[in-house]
Design a protein. Sequence first.
Length: 400
Amino acid sequence: SLTISSRAAAMKPSASIAAKKIVADLRAAGEQIVDLTIGEPDIPTPAHIIEGALQAMGAGETHYTPSAGEPALRQAIAETLQREKGLACSAEQIVVGCGAKQLIYETFAATLDPGDEVVIPAPYWVSYPDIVTLHGGSPVIIPCGQDTGFKLTPAQLEAAVTPRTRWLVLNSPNNPTGAVYSRRELEGLAEVLRRHPHIWVMTDEIYEHLCYEDIRALSMVEVAPDLFDRALIINGMSKAYAMTGWRIGYAAGPRPLIDVIVKMIGQSTTCASSVGQAAAVVALTGDQRCVSEAAAMYRARRDRMLEILSDVPGLELNVPAGAFYLYVGIAAFIGARTPAGKRIATDLDFSLYLLEEAKVAVLDGGAYGLSPYLRLSFAAAPDAVEAGSKAIAAACGALV
Ligand code: PLP
């Protein structure tokens, strides 16, 4: 019989990937489900990027690349960081991976020893704690509630620091809340980090370009360039360029860290896809209108979702400044009964009620480490946003 390692046994499956499968299974069984769990753009990759990939394939760019990534792509990324964030960053400080996720994975694999602590503000992207645990680290989860806009405060960070703290993970714009840290908020956190030189900061900026409130999502290292010698920027092509399936992400940081991540990649995936990398060069150096158009489109969907749900008594709406999710508070419904007589005790119960009775799939706040909330994605098509939001409103009204 199969023996599973204790590491693998301790790992939870990704909640969002699990939800995708549940929806696919229900649909295969003939059910009509509105899917508001999706964590990726529903639009196709822009045509000029696809064209670039086709040309690269035709030109024979179909071989292994260096483990750090193609020089042309590393250069394009370094120039993007210089242009957009004013960072003094060379191509040698960049590593390309199979999505941002691989870079987060290899970073923790390369830097954590058993008992090392990683500070993760909650709610968090579902994968951080599990990747930390897999590599022997201890996630230190800090609940960041609605009162601080779901953001970590300097006092909370200070209180969490121990001699074993290795990393702080900051994700702005945030999945699942859409929260975007302001310059002042980042400065406050930077002050704490300066007092504790042993802590590194991982800034996951994958939703950077999906920002809706006429603000630009700032990077911690832009606000505090002095911290760039112990910071790792994580970013990628998935969300801004609708390129989730191409699996291209990147990290930027100090040479010694980048070099060890490159070594890890050399012994895991060898390199990211050559064709994907060629497409990423086109995406980063080509016309950027596709990015602002996508952001405008998500913003319209966000506003429509907020409009439909704003009338629903009991739902606590938090306007997301970025990313493409609404993190809705449902405390008022805990303890309520469904028309079928079931009691709603948790946000997971609420999400199952929505799936069974309203035929809308959403993710529960428990998966993101802060309850009771639901995460509703507005990366779904406009008719799904419309129908799903209305069905949720009706389902809330049917609870007693
Ligand atoms: N970081 C956050 C906050 C995400 O939401 C995601 C994807 O959902 C990722 C990283 C991973 O993105 P990639 O497709 O580049 O692996």
